[in-house]
Ligand binder design. Sequence first.
Ligand code: BGC
Length: 762
Amino acid sequence: MVYNSGKGEYKGFILKEERFDPEFPEKSESIMCLGNGYMGIRAANEEYVHFASRGTFVAGTFDYLEDDCSTELPNSADVTNMLFEADGEAVSPDGDISDYEKTLNCKNGLLRRTFLWKGKNGKRLKLEFLRCVSLKDLHLAVSKVNVTALDSCTVKVTSGIDGDVKGSGHFEPMGINAVSDVMSITAKTKESGILFSTQTCHRFEIDSIKVEPDISVYSENELQIMTKCAFDLKEGQTLTVTKISDIFTSRDRERDGCDMARLVADSREHMKKVRNMTFEKILEESAAEWERRVWSCRDVKVDSENETDCLALRFAVYHLTVMAPVHDNRMNIGAKGLSGPGYRGHTFWDTEIFMLPYFVFTCPAEARSLLEYRYNSIEAARQIAKERGYEGAMYPWESAWITDGEVTPSWALTGLMEHHITADIAMGVYLYYVATGDEEFMESFGYEILFDTAKFWASRLEYNEKKDLYEILHVIGPDEYKEDIDNNAYTNYLARYNILLAIKYYEKLREEKPETAKRLCALLGLDTVYKSWLGKVDKIYLPRENADGLVPEDDTYLTLTDITREDCTLSISEMAGEVHAIARKVGFSSLMVSKQADVMLLMYLFEDLFTPEIKKKNFYFYEKRCIHDSSLSLSTYSALAADLGEKDTAYRLFERASTIDMGPDMWTSNEGIHAASLGGIWQCAVFGFAGVRRYGEELRIEPHLPDKWRGITFDISWKSQTLRVEVTKKVLTVKNMTGTDEVYILNGGRRLAVGSGLTVEL
Ligand code: BGC
């Protein structure tokens, strides 16, 4: 249902739905979601449609819901609703409509929907709905609707603020108000006590001339305030409704914990400034911000035989912008961004392993903010470690507000056992540091995270006297089908690396910055811990390949029942339904089937651990047994396949990854887009096909373009320099656009200076 289109400057930026399917409105609501990191507004139709799922999510405004035993990001009051009636008959896209089109322009963040409608009474209207959430003014959202009467009729408009949405149970109403043409509602989240102020202001025009209709204001409950008015339109006349809305909360950094009087005063002040703006002006300012912040420096131009490849990259960059609350380092990215209720808005390892690399390489300041969130959560992580009998900082598997600690719902074992996240965060810190050289960040936050996470691992290791080795028992690795397993390869290697990093940087600090070393030593008791790191690090059990060349995912994986069929033409992921049916009977834990990349992720992140032959062998072994039941999986497999020179396989997997949200399956995105998968798509292109990688502490660029691609161009940031990378089938060109420092890259086993521009024959 969703196609690539766009012309001129918008070519390769537009997502289009050409048919409205009343049974599946949620697909486009999620994938065409608007936002700016502060708020996300699902692309629900203005009219109320059955099955639709309106959503307005404001980053960081978590609230605990007892029924659910978990904290979640509440769905706040909706400002997108607008109902039209022609001579008493409600206009709806599931009526008699033609010329339907709904588009999201990823370049400027414009959502547009048009159709012709014919009522049972024969009256026809032409409708155009436009919507934008400003990237420039984070509190501002605007809609504009043009209704052209193709037959003269009376058009009635009902529009307002509707807090009576799915999830409204989080809110206690605090008041509704209408002062001149501005309507507002205020509410408070029940447990976290966050105050919300939502306002909206309507403007009406007929054929571009402002009109002031008689308005009736009403509300059916305390969470709703609506306005109704009617217009007699002659044939050919166009009614335009502009609806300017804003949202403020007492969680906003500038008004953190403020009272209602201050919140309302701030909101009113803001509305005064924006209420007379035109839709076009707001869009223009927002589009300029998109250009400045995003497209001028983060575009990934793919020249491919398949046009949707380029769109897939832009779609990823678009969503990675609208979902990321990088304006506030007390917030992080949810697994579904701000595009839906899925995963309750919680943050997972998805950030550090799948999305952070994109931010590190395209906008280090934003990456830093995401890592500062982890620093701001460190007290809660220390508390978790303490409660579970460990030392140091043990990060929660799912996290929400910085002081919340573990927020995984209690029915999920992952909260108790998926411990690799603590090392994933350390890896994120390390990647950021190597790519930026940001010493100030390390002094203020980074070293402390590295040391305290390594302290956790030292206490988490269990000594096996018989083997004279340290093991990590009772965990869940990335493959969540295997619960309570021992020695998950990914977890063990990452834990060891976390400790190695801590040793390296503690020694370095002692030598080069004794004051910092002293401060952190006093704070974290590093002298004792350092000794324990040294004593344990070389004795951590690290699974190696067995006689068949296979690296076991954990202690038991290779002994489980194998259900792949060598003679079968279908891969196991293509047989997903069948595999699930078997698993329902015997349990996934007893089958040699993985939910997602696990050993593969290890091989992708640490490319020198195993020889290329071993990696290839394991790739095909695990790929056959992986069901890609998590959206995090395909991109890892694709990027690793590209590294291994398996170009066709890599491309096939990339194509599959890019259809997770953008593809024709109408169910996949109901609960929101797949944030990590979008970071993964960027990694497939930049790390996989263009071959950009942190290699040790160097930047390596070793392209492996798929046959269908003629070239790719993008900018990356490395040690404060912006590098423009262009890859074609024949040459790699790297230009230093900043040019204030020399940058070296590794390619073909050589270390090359980029200088004012470097060209390498491929
Ligand atoms: C995956 C996890 C992931 C989570 C949130 C789960 O299905 O298995 O790896 O962190 O979804 O995206």
